[in-house]
Write a protein that binds this ligand. Structure first.
Ligand code: PRP
Length: 175
């Protein structure tokens, strides 16, 4: 782990400002609606925790955990839900909260699955968007930052389950 070099890509103050702006936008858009925020574990838990505390409208929260299967470092695109939400979302206004969209496979899968439960509306809020990595077309309605195709950690994102605790987002490079 000492051989991993890291440099800050997005500082905590920059994240805080952007999270507040996203929350302001969401508070305006969902005023008077039945908002349910769904956090994708594990990576999005830090973003979710900060985002809800910047909202000024009531909301419910729930959590989903997904697993993807593939060989080695290459995802096969086969995804399954290992922990489903417990909140009935039929007729509610659902906002999925995710740390990063990369190939788009995870969010495309989850959006399709949640639509089957009949929410009145379903949108996605991501902190980080690596648009150049898309394998399937996917656009989130709320995006914190567009980032280049680099491996990022911190603010909930991991490398081998490490670094999630870091307050800033870092780019890492292994020697
Ligand atoms: C990461 C990230 C997203 C997904 C994005 O999760 O948190 O859920 O990959 O990739 P995609 O757009 O290519 O599908 P990961 O599988 O690393 O799990 P974690 O959130 O538990 O760290």
């Amino acid at each position: 782990m000492d051989k991993v070099k890291k440099e800050i890509l997005i500082s905590k103050p920059e994240i805080d400002d952007r999270v507040q702006s996203l929350a302001d936008e969401i508070s305006r858009d969902y005023e008077g609606k039945d908002l349910v925020l769904i956090c994708i574990l594990k990576g999005a838990f830090v973003f979710m925790a900060d985002l809800i505390r910047c909202l000024c409208i009531p909301c419910r929260v729930d959590f989903v955990r997904l697993a993807s299967y593939g060989t080695g470092t290459v995802s096969s695109g086969s995804i399954m839900i290992t922990k489903d939400i417990e909140t009935p979302i039929y007729g509610t206004d659902v906002l999925i909260v995710e740390d990063i969209v990369d190939t788009g496979l995870t969010l495309s899968f989850l959006v399709d699955k949640l639509k089957e439960k009949g929410p009145r509306s379903l949108k996605v809020c991501v902190l980080l968007d690596k648009k150049e990595r898309r394998q399937v077309p996917f656009n989130a309605e709320y995006v914190g930052f567009d980032i280049p195709d680099r491996f990022v950690v911190g603010y909930g994102l991991d490398f081998n389950e490490m670094y999630r605790f870091l307050p800033d987002v870092y780019v890492i490079q292994e020697d």
